[in-house]
Design a protein around this ligand. Structure first.
Ligand code: NAD
Length: 497
């Protein structure tokens, strides 16, 4: 019988009593890896209750003690880094190298969470009025909820619960139903690091479980990462219940290639950033905008892209792995077909891709379209597959206008040798994360992950100082200690003297 993924409630891994189970399959073979329960209503309620009960204790634990938990957790994650990466490869199909990156970028956030003592420092000012001092400090919110996507099963859960918990909250995580094994391992290691019962709880399921959690009165804040349609639903539902919410959604990321760029570096980076991880990254470059004479580089881009081939996670020659599911493959193939019908020029077609020894994998080969226009569906929709679109612009201004007219604003990059062009781009582009000769500019956790426009709903972003503000309330105290017994009459003014 296949492994049945447990729930984590109040410190115990428990088997769900549900009648509804989903199958977790290996995307390179379709073999059943595990059966995943859709938690019952009662189990969801138990998980939130456990987090609420744990909050009453945890909010009183000293800040350095919370930081020490993160230090122990970081050390354990580093020790088990390679094992976690292997498990992640098998569950998602990612190449081992890529899986290691997924785990590592999560560990970096745990390192940041260990800095909680300085991150949550308040402000103080003496003598704001005669004998009056004012100071502020941060306090946790209560039970926070995280809903995560399939494409980074280590990094994205680690964007959320370590910082939330370091700030004094407790947490309920609802990982993607497509690859839940790594989040469960992350939770086990968190317990091993000494996390008390109820600090982190995990329930599984799809839309129904998410909605039950979103509408639960005891959830104070919601962090979501996933697709646009679901993200909008989550944001609307959470904020309608007057909950704090941060929603990281889909994207369409452009790389602008100027004719003065180093040609080979620009092409290598464009190819790697578009089909790496089979294009299943929210920061993947899905559109190359070739400016002026760089338009003559299309044959070279095609040649470089054709050399990257997908393969199994442990094949060192594989450029990337399979798509996560058969449904994802069907969707991507449908969009490739649409591109052809819409009149885009399909220079490389990966629809018929196969990988020797893995006949049942969700393979899609590298695919290249030129002559793409802004109204085509392949441009207006996020493809989330190894498909690169090429567009052209005569000038940098035209390229900027094209990128700014796209509704998404997650990431972008410019490849150029000109400081003036790079600076203009960084100042005028309506996108939250900009790379200058860096194709996928995901910030390290002492900054924040700052998607804009249709790629983000909310005000405070993931990790860094913004996440600390998201997971805390600021309390401001104004204090006067009388140093004599003189009692004046009632003070009827708001003016502090
Ligand atoms: P998804 O929206 O299908 O799923 C995300 C989460 O929402 C999962 O936990 C899932 O169970 C839940 N969910 C699915 N349907 C739901 C519904 N109808 N109601 C409530 N909850 C529901 O996303 P995915 O396919 O797992 O992930 C890929 C998407 O995530 C892409 O669009 C990608 O761009 C985006 N993403 C964005 C970022 C970012 O930082 N902006 C990062 C990673 C991924």
């Amino acid at each position: 019988m296949a492994y049945q993924v447990p729930l984590l409630i109040n410190g115990s891994m428990v088997q769900s009593q549900t009648q509804t189970w989903l199958e977790v399959t290996n995307p390179a073979s379709q073999k059943l890896i595990a059966r995943l329960p859709c938690a019952t209503d009662d189990e969801v309620i138990e998980a939130v209750a456990a987090a609420k009960a744990a909050f009453a204790q945890w909010r009183r634990v000293s800040v350095p003690e919370r930081a020490r938990l993160m230090l122990r957790y970081q050390a354990l994650l580093k020790e088990r880094h390679d094992e976690l990466a292997q498990l992640l490869s098998q569950d998602t199909g990612k190449t081992l190298e890529d899986a290691k990156g997924d785990v590592w970028r999560g560990i970096e956030v745990v390192e940041q969470a260990a800095n909680v003592s300085s991150l949550t420092l308040g402000e103080t000012q003496a003598d704001v009025a005669s004998g009056v001092d004012c100071y502020s400090f941060s306090q946790p919110l209560g039970v926070c909820l995280g809903i995560t996507p399939f494409n980074f099963p280590a990094m994205i859960p680690l964007w959320m619960f370590p910082l939330a918990i370091a700030c004094g909250n407790t947490f309920v995580l609802k990982p993607s139903e497509q690859d839940p094994l790594v989040p469960m391992e992350l939770a086990k290691l968190f317990r091993e690091a000494g996390a008390p019962d109820g600090l982190l709880n995990i329930v599984h399921g799809g839309a129904e479980v998410v909605d039950r959690l979103l509408t639960h009165d005891d959830i104070a804040a919601v962090s979501f990462v996933g697709s646009v349609a679901v993200g909008r639903h989550v944001y609307r539902t959470a904020t309608d219940r007057l909950k704090r919410a941060q929603v990281f959604a889909g994207a369409k990321n452009h790389m602008v290639v100027m004719p003065d760029a180093n040609k080979q570096q620009a092409i290598n980076n464009l190819v790697g950033a578009s089909v790496g991880a089979a294009g299943q990254r929210c920061m993947a470059i899905s559109v190359g905008v070739l400016v002026g004479e760089a338009q003559a580089w299309i044959p070279d881009i095609k040649e470089a892209l054709a050399k990257v081939q997908p393969g199994a996670w442990n094949d060192p020659e594989a450029g990337y792995g399979p798509l996560i599911s058969q449904a994802a493959k069907t969707r991507v193939l449908g969009l490739i077909e649409t591109g052809k019908q819409e009149g885009a020029d399909c220079l490389l077609d990966g629809s018929q891709c196969s990988v020797s020894g893995h006949p049942n994998g969700n393979w899609v080969g590298p695919t290249l379209f030129a002559g793409v226009t802004p109204t085509m569906r392949i441009y207006t929709e996020e493809i989330f597959g190894p498909v690169l679109l090429l567009m052209t612009a005569d000038t940098l201004n035209e390229a900027i206008a094209l990128v700014n007219a796209n509704p998404y604003g997650n990431g972008t990059s410019i490849f150029t040798a000109s400081g003036a062009a790079a600076r203009k781009y960084q100042m005028d582009i309506q996108v939250g994360q900009v790379g200058i000769n860096v194709p996928i500019p995901v910030p390290l956790p002492f900054f924040s992950f700052t998607g804009w426009r249709g790629s983000f709903y909310g005000d405070l972003h993931a990790y860094g100082k913004q996440a600390v503000r998201f997971y805390t309330e600021t309390k401001t105290v104004t204090a006067r200690w009388f140093d004599d017994d003189v009692v004046a009459g009632p003070n009827l003014s708001i003016h502090l003297k």
